[in-house]
Design a protein around this ligand. Structure first.
Ligand code: ADP
Ligand code: MG
Length: 560
C-alpha cells in the first residue's frame, strides 16, 4: 500500500473487523515495542530509536522519521479499528494476501492506550506538529518536532496488577525486547535502529545491510564469518508462477549455537516464526553442522505475490504460505549452494572494510590458528581452534587443494605431463570415444596425449602430472564418461579439473604425519573456497566445547 494512503485513516466496518484474526493483545512490554516498531516501519521510517526503562512498564519510547500523522489522523489513530492500511472489506477479503504493511488491524495503539498512558508526538513535515495524550481522556496540543512520530508509553499495566506481577523482571523483559528488536533489525537491514536500556545504548544497527545488521545483533567474529545471500528465481505451483526472492546472511558452519533461536526468518520483511522454513535452512547446512548444533542465519524470503496470508495469527507471528513445499525446497537448496561456494576469505576481507571494530578479521588464513591434535581412522584430522574442535575431512580437503592448484596451474601454463612408453591402451565406451574427439583440445591442454586405436580403445601416450603426481591413464576413461554423463556440462574444463582433482593418485597417503597434516591445512587455508571440496561436500565440521561439555554433563570452561 502506498505511503500516500498512510495519511488517510478509515474506521473498518464490522464485517471487516469480523474477518480479521483475533485482536491485538498486549501481553508484555516486548509486544508494545513490536507494535510500535511495526508502525514506524509502515510509516516508511529510515531510522527508528527505541528507549526502554526498567522492565518496560516504566517507559517505552519509539521515535521514527516516517511520514507522520496530521492532527486529525492522530486523533483517529488511537481509536479502535482505525487504520490507514486497509480501506474496505474487499481489502480484508481478497487483499489481505496483498497487504504489504506489517499492521492492518487498526488495533495496536488503542490496545496499548487501554493498558497504559500513551503520548504521541507527530509531524508530517509542517511547521508545527501535534502532541496527543491518551490517558483517561484525550488531550491534543501543538508540538515542535521534525517529520516523524514519537510514541511514549508509560505506566504499562498500571491498573492491571496481575499482569504486571506476571512479568519476569527487568533483565528478562529487556532481553525479550532486545530479541524482538533484533528480529526487525535482521528483517529490515536497510533501516537504522538503536536500542537503549535505562539510558544506555545497547546496540545500534547502521541500516546499511545484512552484514552490519548481523554485527549489531552478534559480534565481529560472527559477522566476519558469514556470507550474504541474494537469490531470485521463478517458481511455480500448479498454474501460478511468480518470483521468489531469498536475501539474507548465513554464518559459516564454524559459528553455531545450541538452540534454533538464531535462525531468523522474515517473510516480505515481516519477522515470523516458521518451523518449516527454519528446518529448510538447517537442512541447507546439512552435515556442515555438528549433531545438535544450530546455525546463525537470517533470511528474508519474498514469495510470489499472493502466496502469503499474514492474517492467521493474533500476534502476527506466523503467516500462511501457499506453495510451502516448493519454497522450502528452494530455500534449502539456496542455503546449501551459497555455503558450498562461499568464499570465506573474500568475506573476511570485505568485513575488514567496516568501520566498526571487528576482532577476528585481520587473519586471512581461516585455519591459521588451528592446532592439529590428532587423527581419527586416518581419515579425519582433529584440530583445536579456539573453543572449537574442528574435524577436517582429509580427502575432501585434499581434493579442494588439488582442484585449486590444478586450476591455477592450467591457467598459468600447460600442466606438466609424463610420457608413457610404451603407450597404454584404455578401453572406453562408444560415447566416450566420441567425446574424446569432441574434447580433444581440452584434454590435450590438460596434458593427455592419445589416439584412437580402432573400436573403442584409446592409446594413451602421455598423462598429466600436476603437482608432482602422475595421473593414472585409466582416468581418461572415467573423465570421458563424466563428460558424457554431465550432459554437456556448462564448463567441460571445470568438470575435468574436478574429476582430476579427486583422483586417488593425486591424494596424499592415508596416514599423515602431524607435519603433513599441518601442510595440508596451510594449503587448504590458501584456497579461495576452503570450506567445500570441488563437488560441494564440506571439508570442515566444527564441534564447540559447549557441545562436548554437555555430552559429559559438565559446564564448558569458556562459553561463546
Ligand atoms: P495498524 O497499524 O494496524 O493500522 P495501529 O493501531 O497500530 O493499527 O495504528 C493505527 C494507525 O495509526 C495506522 O494505520 C497509521 O496510520 C497510524 N500510525 C501509527 N503509528 C504511526 C507512526 N509511527 N507513524 C505514522 N503513522 C502511524
Ligand atoms: Mg500497527
Amino acid at each position: 500500500m502506498s505511503q500516500m494512503s498512510g495519511q488517510r485513516l478509515t474506521r473498518l466496518d464490522e464485517q471487516t473487523v469480523a474477518q480479521i484474526a483475533a485482536g491485538e493483545v498486549i501481553s508484555r512490554p516486548a509486544r508494545v515495542v513490536s507494535e510500535l516498531v511495526e508502525n514506524a516501519l509502515d510509516a516508511g521510517a529510515d531510522r527508528i530509536d527505541i528507549a526502554v526503562d526498567g522492565d518496560g512498564t516504566e517507559r517505552i519510547r519509539v521515535a521514527d522519521d516516517g511520514h507522520g500523522l496530521s492532527r486529525e489522523a492522530a486523533q483517529l489513530a488511537v481509536e479502535r479499528h482505525t487504520t490507514s492500511k486497509l480501506t474496505d472489506v474487499d481489502d480484508a477479503r481478497d487483499g489481505l494476501a496483498a497487504v504489504s504493511t506489517l499492521g492492518f488491524r487498526g488495533e495496536a495503539l488503542a490496545a496499548i492506550a487501554d493498558c497504559a498512558a500513551l503520548e504521541l508526538v507527530t509531524n508530517t513535515g509542517d511547521p508545527v506538529g501535534c502532541r496527543l495524550r491518551v490517558d483517561d481522556e484525550v488531550t491534543v496540543s501543538d508540538a515542535g518536532r521534525a517529520q516523524g512520530t514519537t510514541v511514549t508509553v508509560t505506566d504499562l499495566f498500571g491498573d492491571r496488577p496481575v499482569r504486571r506481577e506476571s512479568l519476569s523482571g527487568s533483565v528478562t523483559e529487556f532481553r525479550r525486547i532486545s530479541e524482538c528488536v533484533s528480529r526487525y533489525v535482521l528483517a529490515r537491514p536497510d533501516v537504522r535502529f538503536s536500542l537503549a536500556h535505562d539510558g544506555r545504548t545497547t546496540f545500534r544497527a547502521p541500516g546499511t545491510g545484512f552484514r552490519e545488521a548481523l554485527l549489531a545483533v552478534y559480534d565481529g567474529e560472527t559477522a566476519s564469518q558469514s556470507t550474504t545471500v541474494d537469490h531470485a528465481e521463478r517458481i511455480a505451483l500448479d498454474t501460478h508462477a511468480g518470483d521468489l526472492q531469498i536475501r539474507g546472511i548465513l554464518a559459516y558452519p564454524s559459528v553455531t549455537r545450541a538452540t534454533r533461536d538464531h535462525v531468523r526468518i522474515a517473510i516480505d520483511g515481516r519477522p515470523v516464526e516458521d518451523r518449516g522454513l527454519r528446518a529448510a535452512i538447517a537442512a541447507g547446512y546439512g552435515s556442515l553442522l555438528a549433531g545438535d548444533r544450530y546455525p546463525v542465519a537470517a533470511l528474508d524470503i519474498s514469495p510470489p505475490a499472493g502466496w502469503v496470508d499474514p492474517n492467521v495469527h493474533p500476534e502476527k507471528k506466523r503467516v500462511e504460505l501457499r506453495g510451502r513445499q516448493p519454497i522450502e525446497k528452494r530455500v534449502e537448496a539456496t542455503v546449501c549452494e551459497v555455503l558450498s561456494t562461499a568464499d570465506a576469505r573474500r568475506a573476511e576481507t570485505a568485513a575488514t572494510d567496516l568501520d566498526s571494530p571487528l576482532s577476528a578479521v585481520d587473519r586471512r588464513d581461516p585455519f591459521a590458528d588451528l592446532r592439529v591434535i590428532g587423527s581419527f581412522r586416518d581419515l579425519y584430522l582433529l584440530c583445536e581452534g579456539g573453543d572449537d574442535l574442528l574435524v577436517i575431512d582429509q580427502h575432501a580437503a585434499h581434493e579442494r587443494v588439488n582442484y585449486e592448484r590444478l586450476r591455477a596451474a592450467v591457467d598459468d601454463a600447460p600442466t606438466s605431463t609424463v610420457s608413457l612408453d610404451p603407450p597404454q591402451s584404455v578401453s572406453v565406451s562408444p560415447v566416450g570415444s566420441a567425446a574424446a574427439d569432441t574434447h580433444r583440445d581440452l584434454l590435450t591442454e590438460l596434458g593427455f596425449a592419445f589416439e584412437s586405436f580402432g573400436g573403442d580403445t584409446l592409446r594413451v601416450s602421455a598423462v598429466p602430472a600436476p603437482c608432482g603426481r602422475v595421473v593414472d591413464p585409466s582416468a581418461l576413461g572415467d573423465i570421458l564418461d563424466q563428460l558424457v554423463a554431465g550432459d554437456s556440462p556448462a564448463d567441460p574444463r571445470e568438470s575435468v579439473l574436478k574429476d582430476l582433482a579427486c583422483r586417488p593418485s593425486l591424494k596424499a597417503g592415508d596416514r599423515l604425519s602431524i607435519d603433513e597434516a599441518e601442510t595440508l591445512l596451510e594449503r587448504l587455508g590458501e584456497c579461495e573456497q576452503p570450506f567445500a571440496c570441488p563437488h560441494g561436500r564440506p571439508t570442515v565440521c566444527s564441534i564447540d566445547e559447549v557441545t562436548l561439555a554437555a555430552g559429559f554433563d559438565r559446564t564448558a570452561t569458556r562459553f561463546d
